[in-house]
Design a protein around this ligand. Structure first.
Ligand code: ADP
Ligand code: MG
Length: 144
């Protein structure tokens, strides 16, 4: 099962992130974001944060690996991890929190999650939702 959306602007991508965020009731919840640099992964995460009531501005965690917002949203960017850094313990976050991971490294991750793939298509962003596991499939039924 895959659901596909197209957004025309940064604002629309934020709105889609908000929609998803509003469906996340109980952590743990794992969202993996795939897409090239500049595709809109961090932009989408901003929307999730908005719907979770996070006031701080969400920006890229590329250089920190992990940013924590209100002990609610754990936003990671594993780009550097994938390029050689390996001794980073993700499990404690993933097992209990709402985690959004840019540039996921599948070797380190559990086998249930919501995969979101963002592709640049001319002046649009194609945003595909692919839930892996029943819990994630159920959540996705709520999103139109
Ligand atoms: P990533 O985290 O994937 O590297 P960012 O979210 O940081 O990407 O950056 C996406 C860039 O693309 C921003 O500068 C944003 O303004 C721009 N942009 C243009 N159109 C869109 C769109 N439809 N959705 C998201 N971002 C868009
Ligand atoms: Mg980013």
């Amino acid at each position: 099962m895959t659901k596909t959306f197209y957004t025309k602007s940064q604002e629309e991508t934020i709105l889609l992130g908000e929609k998803l965020g509003s469906l996340i009731k109980n952590p743990p919840f794992l969202i993996l974001l795939e897409g090239d640099l500049g595709a809109g992964k961090t932009t989408f995460t901003k929307g999730i944060g908005l719907s979770l009531g996070i006031k701080r501005i969400i920006n890229s965690p590329t250089f920190t690996l992990l940013k924590i917002y209100d002990d609610t949203l754990y936003h990671m960017d594993l780009y550097r991890l994938n390029n050689g850094l390996t001794d980073f313990d993700l499990e404690e976050y993933i097992d209990s929190k709402i985690c959004v991971i840019e540039w996921p490294n599948y070797d380190l991750l559990p086998n249930e999650y919501l995969l979101i793939k963002i592709t640049i298509e001319n002046d649009l962003r194609k945003i595909e939702f692919r839930p892996i596991g029943d819990k994630y499939k159920k959540i996705l039924e709520g999103i139109l």
